[in-house]
Design a protein around this ligand. Sequence first.
Ligand SMILES: C=C(O[C@@H]1C=C(C(=O)O)C=C[C@H]1O)C(=O)O
Ligand SMILES: [Mg+2]
Length: 466
Amino acid sequence: MITIQEIETKERSLLAMKRAKELGRPILMSEVEKMNHIDPLLFFSSGNEHYSGERFFWKDPKDEFIFAGLGISKQFQIDQSDDRFGLIEREWKEFLKDSLISNPFSEIGIGPLIFGGFSFDPYKEKTVLWSKFDDSLFYLPKYLLSVIKGQVFLTTNFIFTPNDDELLYKHIIDERNKLFQSLQKHHHTALPALLETKEISPEKWKNTVDAMVKELNRGPLKKVVLARELRLNFNDIVASEAVLQHLNEQQHESFIFALESNGDCFLGASPERLVKKNGTELFSTCLAGSSSRGHNPEEDRLLGEKLLSDQKNLLEHQYVVEMIKEALEESCEEIILPDKPQLMKIRDIQHLYTPVIGKCSGDSSLLHMVERLHPTPALGGLPKKEAVEKIRQVEELDRGFYAAPVGWLDYEGNGEFAVAIRSGLLQGKEASLFAGCGVVADSDSESEYLETSLKFRPMLRALGGK
Ligand SMILES: C=C(O[C@@H]1C=C(C(=O)O)C=C[C@H]1O)C(=O)O
Ligand SMILES: [Mg+2]
């Protein structure tokens, strides 16, 4: 049976083919339909046969935007460059020119949208750990399931080149039908057994922190974030959908993200927004300064009170507030910024937290703001450039996408980026987890070590560890 919608799709694909031939370049055709409820994690899992290695997932803390992407319609990637944010943005805009977008809905986050991220520092010496990821990597998916405030939409993206004929249209319909058939099946993947958890050079890491504290006392550096790695071994391949399922259950108050690339998968549950753009409004988060959670409500409250008045943590936090304020002031007419931090309490840890809202003037793009903000002193340090250079020099870890921006950008310039912390890289039967902490002049290496141990917990638990 051929539906009305299929007839419309056929007409549009003929138009896209004609346009591609006339203009002599690829043309995007994008269609949005409203769906009955589909669980986005089930949608992600159902892609494990045909789209493995070409999937992504995203969920914000309030479930306002949930995305699952299957297949790569077009990949945007850029290696080492001083202008990688601008290049991604310009390539995306260029690619969207003359496209045929059928989107009768007004919601943000449906239609053509790219998802991906950036490495923390493109100038850090590369190791094999991150060999499957470019310094900037974004996908326009073939299929995007968007759950926007509970409503479900499916966007299908197809690219027509000047050489395509009607066979491509037939292929589109067949593929889409197969995708829906696979959704009917139940997909449940179990996690393999965790055999070994290995901390990478903990003593050496503490020595680096000690040396950094001395250096911070001499100035002019004020803060440097230092990170370390846990390496895990399993008795079988770790499926990204199994870990995502756990993260979604265990860390629902966080941004949950996953990005597959060439067989590896980078994923995590981050509490930290870098920046969100919705029309002319920008939202950012200052998150720095940490304490453990209490074993009971009273102990938890006392730990929170102590954190709110702890000079070392308040200073760690203040550096972030000042930098984010300065960055937003450049693009915004008005800024709403509370004068004192509050607490953000999540499952394993509590943080000092200051939300920031900016009303932008002119045209400040999301990726421009990402560039301006990354890395904030919560992940890099202060001053920014010197801190990143210091990390490049002294940190043993190859951060890759850890602590860097991960998120989405739609065809109208709206989107959101989180800071990819509380994260890990799945590689077959192995996984690497990453955690860091803000080192300031009166840091103590043993407490910073314990702080990073808390920050490994969300990923460790999701992978079946303790
Ligand atoms: C660097 C991480 O976390 C960052 C560092 C914090 C700190 O040092 O207090 C707190 C929140 C995050 O901005 C991490 O989780 O790996
Ligand atoms: Mg800290």
